[in-house]
Every structure is written in structure tokens, then in C-alpha cells.
Design a protein around this ligand. Structure first.
Ligand code: THU
Length: 297
């Protein structure tokens, strides 16, 4: 899911906010390319907007303004018809709302809860996003449901309180993240969109998409984009890769099989296409007798 950053330079560097946005969309099970705008403001500004929009003359941590008017009991996962009214040709995405976060509250609440400002910012972003997905916390049941979704998203993004994950990402979550990455495909020549999500042995996720070039041979596949991102971040041990495309099963090409073999000869390979088709294999089956580091003296 795309984050349109409106204000606040620190939003670009402070935290893995794009991954939190993708993970939120993945745990919700959104199938359309969506976006929210996010602004990092100070207490004075959020107070003014709280007063103007809600008649509450008080600073607060986060304000969300969903664009979609969800029918009762529905959230973004089940509201495609309504979401489809919110398309922005500029963003090439459906706009689900605007979120404001007070950096003064981020700092104060991080201190009060004894965790990092980064975690607090990620939490408030997830909270704002789930409001834009149609969640609320008007009663204890709603509150628990919303909180569970926020925690799932933060866990999938690897933003946990103590650095430990409660659980490894599931196959369905990896596939959902690959689909999120697929929406970012740069494929003006083939129009064949591919997204990949690579999971490291310790459960971190790295996404990639195919990036084409007017000099066609320079195109890079989604799988290699993800591998190179992870290796560039110092991660070289992988257990699963999920690959998504729109209409056909995106089994990795020969070049990607060879690159995966360099780091993870036994990696599981999941493919997903269409609305809900999936299949699974392993690299050792897809690249039998592969040549790799083990073959060099
Ligand atoms: N592509 C991938 O991203 N992964 C594969 O394993 C096969 C092909 C991309 C490359 C190109 O942008 C488009 O699909 C059509 O070949």
C-alpha cells in the first residue's frame, strides 16, 4: 500500500513506515492497490485540525479521516465496490484516507511506554490505517478486534516491542505482501506485473518487483530485486519466497533460480496468481543439480 507523505521530513527516515503500510494491507486482505496520505505534525497543528474537523480543542496523537463510508460490519477487505469509487489516476491507487500524527505525542508516548519513538510512530500509523480500513474502537469488542489487527500488522512488519516476533509470517501473509509489491511493478513494456516477498530465516521480509528498462535486457525480475535488497541489508539466509502475478503462475525464471541458489538452495517457492490461485515447490526441485558456491574449490 502506498503512503503519500504530505508533511514532516522525518517521515522519510524514521521508521519502516512503508512496510507497516504494506503489512496492514496484507493482514486486512486488501486486493486493490490502495494508498493513504500521512502527515507528521506538531501538537499545535493537530489541535487546530481536531478543533476544525471534530470540534475538540485538544491535541491528540493521531487523527484519521477515512474516505470510504463503510457499511456496518464491513471493512476494507470486503468493501471493494465502495473502494473502487476512490481511484486517483495521479497515485494509480485507491485513496482510503488521510492520517495526521503528532510527533510531540510520538515522543511523549514512546517515553511513557518505554519503547522507541520508531515503534510508537509505527503503531500510530497502523492505528490510523486501520481506521481508514473501517475499524473503530467504540466498544470493547471493536477495540479488541482493531488492536489484534494492529498487532498482526506490526508483527508482520517486524516492529515488535522487545525485538522478538510473536510468530513467523504465514504463507498467506507472504503472498499478500508479494501482491502489495506487485502493485509497484515498473513494467511499461511487458505490462506483466510481478511482486516478490522473500522471508529470511529469522522471519524478516523483503519485497521486490520487476523493474523494466527501455533497454529491454536491463530489466530485473521481482525475485532478484527482493534478493538484492535483502543482501544489501546484510541478510543472506532465506527460507521462503512468495511470488505474485496477475494472470499466470509466476514460477521464477532461470536467472532468478540461479541467484536464489547462491544463497538458499533449499528455499520454498510459493506462487500466487489471479484472485486466489496458489502453488508451491522448492528450489531444489526447480533447479536440480544446480551449480553453486559448493561447487567451487
Ligand atoms: N519477470 C519477473 O519479474 N520474474 C520472473 O521470474 C519472470 C519474469 C518479469 C520480467 C519482465 O519485467 C516481465 O516479467 C516479463 O518478462
Amino acid at each position: 500500500m502506498k503512503l503519500i507523505r504530505l508533511q514532516g521530513n522525518k517521515l522519510y527516515t524514521l521508521a519502516p513506515l512503508d512496510l507497516v503500510a504494506d503489512a496492514s494491507a496484507a493482514v486486512e486482505g486488501i486486493s486493490l492497490p490502495c494508498a493513504v496520505s500521512v502527515s507528521l505534525v506538531d501538537d499545535a497543528e493537530i489541535r487546530t485540525i481536531n478543533q476544525q474537523q471534530r470540534g475538540i480543542d485538544k491535541a491528540t496523537d493521531v487523527l484519521s479521516f477515512p474516505t470510504v463510508n463503510y457499511a456496518s460490519g464491513m471493512t476494507a477487505a470486503t468493501a471493494n465496490a465502495r473502494i473502487k469509487c476512490e481511484y486517483s489516476a495521479d497515485e494509480k491507487a485507491y485513496l482510503l484516507g488521510d492520517i495526521l500524527i503528532s510527533i510531540d505525542h510520538v515522543r511523549a508516548q514512546a517515553e511513557a511506554y518505554g519503547h522507541s519513538a520508531e515503534r510508537e510512530l509505527c503503531y500510530l500509523l497502523a492505528h490510523g490505517i486501520f481506521h481508514c480500513f473501517g475499524y473503530d474502537h467504540m466498544n470493547p469488542t471493536e477495540q479488541t478486534e482493531m488492536r489484534t489487527m494492529e498487532e498482526k500488522a506490526l508483527n508482520l512488519a517486524g516492529v515488535t516491542r522487545d525485538g522478538d516476533r510473536e510468530s513467523l509470517p504465514t504463507d498467506a501473509q507472504l503472498i499478500a505482501l508479494a501482491k502489495e509489491a506487485m502493485h509497484r511493478s515498473y513494467s511499461p513494456y511487458s505490462h506483466f506485473k510481478v511482486g516478490a516477498c522473500l522471508m529470511s530465516e529469522d522471519g524478516r521480509v523483503f519485497t521486490g518487483t520487476n523493474i523494466e528498462n527501455a533497454s529491454f535486457g536491463l530489466t530485473i525480475c521481482a525475485e532478484r530485486s527482493a534478493v538484492f535488497k535483502a543482501v544489501g541489508e546484510g541478510v543472506t539466509a532465506f527460507s521462503t519466497i512468495a511470488i505474485a502475478a496477475e494472470s499466470t503462475a509466476p514460477w521464477p525464471c532461470g536467472a532468478c533460480r540461479q541467484v536464489l541458489n547462491e544463497f538458499a538452495p533449499d528455499i520454498r517457492v510459493l506462487v500466487a496468481w489471479g484472485d486466489d490461485h496458489t502453488d508451491e515447490s522448492t528450489l531444489s526441485k526447480l533447479l536440480p543439480h544446480g551449480f553453486g558456491p559448493k561447487d567451487l574449490p
